[in-house]
Design a protein around this ligand. Structure first.
Ligand code: ADP
Length: 414
C-alpha cells in the first residue's frame, strides 16, 4: 500500500480550473520534487494535500485513511507544511518555535511533557540547529530560519512533509544543504517529503521522483531520468534545453549554444570562475558586466574575491575563513561547474588549502566536455606550494583548455 495516494483530484478557484485528474502514489521514505512553470498548480496541489484547500473532486489517503475525515489534530499529526512565506515572530527563541509543532499533541491549556521536549530536541538535532536553541529567530540567517521551520514541521511527527519553494530565497550553499537535509530526513525518518521546486537541476540531483506539472495536469511522473528529457522540457517550459549527465549520475540541464556564441545571461547557462585571493576580481567584474551568469568558488568567506563576488551578487560556493576546502563544498562546486557552460580558471597560487578546487576542475574537465579557459599569466611552478602536486593536475587541465597568457587575451575572447 502506498503511504500517500492522491486519486483523481480536481481543484478550481471559483470558476478557474487549476488542477485536473491528479493521480499519485508515493511510498514512505521518498523525496518527491514537484516541477512546472509558474501557475502550473504546484502550490495548489500542496495545499490540497494538507487540506488548506478542499478539492471539488477526488480523494487523498494517508496510510489508507481519507484525510477528509480526519480531525484537525489527527490531520496535523499526518501532514506538516513548511509554507512559502511565513511571518515568524522574531522575538521567539528557536526552541519556542519548534515547540509550536507539538500543538497537535497537546490538549487545551496542557503544558508540554518531557516527551514533547524530547521530540523537540531530537527534531532540532536532526536538522542541525540544537546549538541555536536559545537564539532569537530575528538573529538567524535565511538558511538557519528555514531549518527552524523544518524542525517545527517535524515536531508534528508527520508522515508527509510538504514544502513550498523551500530554497528559492537561499544562496547556493544553503540550497544544497537544505535539499541534502530533506533527502536525509526522508530516508532516516521514513517519511514522505514533497517539495515544490523551481531549480530543476537541484531537484534532479536530490529527488527520488519528480512530478512535472503542465497547466494543472500531471505531464510526467518518474525518476529524474524519465522526467527530465529534452522533449518533456520543451513541451512543458517551451524552451530548447540540452540535457547531459552530471557527476552524480543525474540529468543536468544547460543551453545548447556553443560558448563562442553566448552573448548574454540566460536562466540556465553561465560561467563558473575558479579564483581566490584577488586573482579573480577583474575577471568576475568583466564577465558579470558582459551579462554572463556567473558563479564562483570555492572561496573562503572574507577573501578578496569572495567580497568582490558578493558585491556583484554572484552565487558563491563558500567555506569558512582560512579553512581548507571541505569535501561538501567541493561537491557543490562540481555541481556549479557541471551546470555552467564554461569555466574560467584564474591565475591563482595553489596550496593544500585550495588544491581541491583544482582537483574538482580537473575531474570535471576530463570527465565532461566542459569548455575550459585558463588565465595563465604566471608560470605554474612559481605559484605551486604543494611540491609539484598542483602543477601536475594543472597541466592535465591545460591539455583540454583554451589558454590566455594575459587578461587582455581574455577580454578579446569574451
Ligand atoms: P504554481 O505554484 O505552480 O506557481 P499555483 O498553484 O500558485 O501555481 O497557481 C495555479 C493557478 O491558480 C495560477 O493560474 C494562479 O493564478 C491561480 N491561483 C492561485 N491562487 C489563487 C486564488 N487564491 N484565487 C484564484 N486563482 C488562484
Amino acid at each position: 500500500m502506498s503511504e500517500l495516494e492522491v486519486k483523481n483530484l480536481a481543484y478550481s478557484y471559483k470558476k478557474r480550473k487549476v488542477l485536473e485528474d491528479i493521480c499519485l502514489e508515493i511510498s514512505a521514505g521518498q523525496f518527491i520534487g514537484i516541477l512546472g512553470p509558474n501557475g502550473s498548480g504546484k502550490t495548489t496541489l500542496l495545499n490540497n494535500i494538507n487540506r488548506w484547500l478542499k478539492p471539488q473532486k477526488g480523494m487523498i489517503f494517508i496510510e489508507g485513511q481519507n484525510i477528509e475525515h480526519m480531525s484537525t489534530k489527527i490531520l496535523a499529526q499526518n501532514v506538516a507544511t513548511v509554507p512559502q512565506e511565513t511571518s515568524l515572530d522574531l522575538g521567539f527563541t528557536v526552541e519556542e518555535v519548534v515547540m509550536m509543532g507539538r500543538n497537535p499533541y497537546l490538549r487545551t491549556f496542557e503544558r508540554e511533557s518531557s516527551e514533547d521536549l524530547a521530540v523537540v530536541e531530537s527534531c532540532m538535532k536532526s536538522v542541525g540547529i540544537w546549538e541555536l536553541k536559545d537564539r532569537l529567530i530575528g538573529e538567524l540567517s535565511g538558511g538557519e530560519k528555514q531549518r527552524v521551520l523544518i524542525a517545527r514541521a517535524l515536531a508534528q511527527q508527520p508522515k508527509v512533509l510538504l514544502l513550498d519553494e523551500p530554497i528559492s530565497h537561499l544562496d547556493i550553499n544553503y540550497k544544497w544543504e537544505i535539499l541534502e537535509l530533506l533527502r536525509k530526513l526522508s530516508r532516516n525518518l521514513e517519511i514522505i517529503v514533497i517539495a515544490a521546486l523551481h531549480d530543476i537541476n537541484l531537484a534532479s540531483i536530490f529527488c527520488d521522483k519528480l512530478v512535472l506539472l503542465k497547466n494543472g495536469k500531471i505531464f510526467k511522473v518518474g525518476s529524474p531520468h524519465e522526467v527530465l528529457t529534452e522533449e518533456n522540457l520543451k513541451e512543458v517550459f517551451n524552451v530548447n534545453l540540452k540535457i547531459r549527465t552530471g557527476s552524480y549520475g543525474r540529468p543536468i540541464i544547460t543551453f545548447p549554444q556553443p560558448v563562442e556564441k553566448l552573448q548574454k545571461a540566460r536562466e540556465f547557462n553561465g560561467i563558473h570562475v575558479v579564483c581566490g585571493g584577488g586573482a579573480g576580481e577583474k575577471v568576475l567584474h568583466y564577465l558579470q558586466g558582459k551579462g554572463y551568469k556567473i558563479s564562483a568558488g570555492v572561496l573562503n568567506v572574507g577573501d578578496t574575491d569572495w567580497k568582490a563576488a558578493k558585491e556583484l551578487g554572484i552565487d558563491v560556493v563558500e567555506d569558512p575563513p582560512f579553512s581548507p576546502i571541505s569535501e561538501e563544498k567541493a561537491k557543490v562546486n562540481r555541481y556549479c561547474i557541471d551546470k555552467a557552460d564554461a569555466v574560467v580558471l584564474c591565475n591563482i597560487p595553489f596550496g593544500y588549502g585550495n588544491l581541491k578546487n583544482l582537483i574538482t576542475l580537473k575531474d570535471a574537465v576530463l570527465e565532461g566536455n566542459k569548455k575550459t579557459f585558463v588565465l595563465d599569466e604566471t608560470p605554474i611552478e612559481q605559484r605551486d606550494y604543494t611540491n609539484g602536486l598542483a602543477e601536475k593536475i594543472y597541466r592535465q587541465i591545460l591539455t583540454k583548455a583554451v589558454i590566455f597568457r594575459s587578461f587582455d587575451e581574455l577580454l578579446d575572447f569574451f
